[in-house]
Ligand binder design. Structure first.
Ligand SMILES: [Zn+2]
Length: 116
């Protein structure tokens, strides 16, 4: 029984906070003791739980390819293409909600599972 891997419990709120603070995949993997695949699985669970959108993680992955620009990362509206230097969560032009974060009423939900 000692071989049995303990189930990792990751607080969804904590990891969402880390994501918003810009932690890299490597930092997240180290902090939560996840493999690369485990982290991907976790991201999938966050999407399934409605805490973040797949589009967010897709964009996040793309952003890693190019060097991060701490400032002046333009925000582009996915609906109408409006781009602004400042980050906006509601498009000034078409008024659509462009926040990559969905309603987080269930943010305190604890995600459970084996992430490895
Ligand atoms: Zn727009």
């Amino acid at each position: 029984m000692s071989e049995k891997r303990p189930t990792k419990k990751i607080n969804a709120k904590a990891i969402m906070t880390d994501l918003k603070e810009g932690m890299t995949d490597a930092q997240l993997m180290e902090k939560y003791g996840l493999s690369f695949q485990g982290l991907r699985d976790l991201f999938s669970k966050l999407v399934e739980a409605g805490l973040a959108t797949q589009a967010y993680f897709t964009r996040r992955a793309l952003e890693k390819v190019s060097p991060p620009e701490a400032e002046a990362t333009p925000t582009t509206c996915p609906y109408c293409g409006f781009t602004a230097r400042e980050k906006f969560t509601r498009c000034p032009r078409c008024k659509n909600d462009t926040s990559e974060w969905l309603d987080t009423v269930e943010l305190t939900k604890i995600l459970t599972g084996s992430f490895d």
